[in-house]
Design a protein around this ligand. Structure first.
Ligand code: ADP
Ligand code: ASP
Ligand code: MG
Length: 418
């Protein structure tokens, strides 16, 4: 007998038939004698729909009320899964974020889980009842509903798994594992049997949305055994293996996974901001990025151009697309202090990144990237690097081409692909 947490994403929960499939999978684990908690997402498209309602109501809205609205999608699917399980003769009960509670910080729309009260959960699970938990939601200490950022149900699942000391956290989704890149863009992508926490963390943080970044960080910290699997294969005792997220020590040096580049990810949700004619003096950049930090807006890539003869310079950087309106508002308010001439912005950009721990010991990764992109006439607008990653900002229309070209350039294409 094992204690397991199963998480089902939006596509897996989209409609009565699919929820029935999910319930059959859960029943399979219960019948095998396991204690089960299930974390569910809202139906595919539902959270987007709710986010749009908030935008339509007011473009700059109160994040506390945004959370009340967008947390609703998961309330529906958790109740529906409990009903479906009960109809199959499986004892089940839903537990909303506020009922456990799942305590979070008060950073609305991007809250972090602080603690989960497991008393009721463990009591239910050990009595043979399936606990169904809506992902993505939590509660502040002053009893306001929070959400954990888009894709946050993965983090809910890993946090629940850590809190109940689960033997496994199985993330069921609409692909059968983690691939060298998004298999929907590159059909030649290869499935990875194992990927390290560190590489998965970096891949997720640069756009591989198969797992939310925070869920990987949390799994690494709490040593949760995470597996990514397809929810569409029929449940069997010998399921097709997905991808295991493992510690560095579990990947031998000679294994296939130990490639120079592990994977390629893209992110179309970045927006580029340029401030022209910023005075070239000490404190100038602090006057730009200070207010953005105070407004909780994450800045990613930054380029400061060489000073003009006039003693001023242009500063370009990226922010999440969803934060662009707030970033513009914040910068316009600080315009007099910063002293820029014009604010320009562009949402038709994408960030493409190559990730791999092999980069630590090999030179030339970045130059291979720039050469491959140049050969296809793809212009690089900004660059950023970390120890195990190189990212470039390009025109959004060229994203798919860039990902495919790089996948081939680093020798990642599946051998059996024509
Ligand atoms: P869920 O609703 O189950 O949480 P998501 O849509 O959030 O599912 O994540 C699964 C999707 O992630 C896949 O459909 C795939 O298009 C995308 N994806 C991006 N990068 C990768 C990758 N490297 N490996 C697998 N899937 C990826
Ligand atoms: N429903 C939320 C979203 O779409 C959370 C999740 O699915 O993980 O972002
Ligand atoms: Mg997801």
């Amino acid at each position: 007998m094992a204690r397991i947490v199963m998480k089902f994403g939006g596509t897996s929960m989209a409609g009565t038939e699919r929820i029935r499939n999910v319930a059959a999978r859960v029943k399979h684990e219960v019948d095998a004698g396991n204690e089960v908690a299930v974390v569910v997402s809202a139906m595919a498209g539902e959270t987007d729909r709710l986010v749009n309602f908030c935008r339509e109501a007011a473009p700059l809205h109160d994040p506390k009320e945004y959370d009340v609205v967008v947390a609703a999608g998961e309330q529906v699917t958790s109740g529906l899964l409990a009903i479906t399980l009960q109809a199959m003769g499986v004892k089940a009960r839903s537990w909303l974020g506020w009922q456990l509670p799942i305590q979070t910080t008060d950073a609305h729309a991007t809250a972090r889980i602080e603690t989960i009260d497991t008393t009721a959960l463990i009591a239910a699970m050990s009595s043979g009842e399936v606990a169904v938990i809506p992902g993505f939601q939590g509660l502040t200490t002053d009893n306001r509903i929070t959400t954990l950022g888009r894709g946050g149900s993965d983090t809910s699942a890993v946090a629940v798994a850590a809190a109940v000391k689960a033997d496994r956290c199985d993330i069921y989704t609409d692909v059968d594992g983690v691939y060298t890149t998004d298999p929907r863009i590159v059909p030649r992508a290869r499935k990875l049997a194992k990927v390290t926490y560190e590489e998965m963390l970096e891949l997720a943080s640069v756009g591989a949305k198969v797992l939310q970044t925070r869920s990987v960080g949390l799994a690494m910290k709490e040593n949760v055994r995470v597996q990514v699997l397809s929810s569409f294969d029929a449940p069997t005792d010998n399921p097709i293996p997905g991808t295991l997220i493992v510690g560095d020590d579990e990947i031998g040096d000679d294994e296939m996974e130990r490639q120079l580049i592990t994977g390629i990810a893209h992110d179309k949700n970045e927006a580029k901001v340029t401030l022209t004619s910023v005075p070239d003096r000490p404190g100038a950049v602090a006057s730009i990025f200070g207010p953005l930090a105070e407004a909780n807006i994450n800045v990613d890539m930054i380029i400061q151009n060489i000073a003009h003869a006039t003693g001023s310079t242009d500063v370009t950087f990226t922010v999440p697309g969803a934060e662009l309106a707030r970033a513009i508002d914040t910068l316009e308010k600080a315009k007099n202090v910063i002293g820029f001439a014009e604010l320009m912005h562009d949402t038709k950009v994408a960030k493409v990144s190559v990730v791999g721990v092999g980069m630590r010991s090999h030179a030339g990764v970045a130059s291979t990237m720039f050469k491959a992109l140049a050969q296809r006439g793809i212009n690089v607008q900004a660059i950023s690097t970390s120890e195990i990653k190189v990212s470039v900002l390009i025109d959004e229309d060229e994203t798919e081409l860039a990902v495919r070209v790089l996948h081939t350039a680093y020798g990642l294409d599946a051998e059996d692909a024509q």
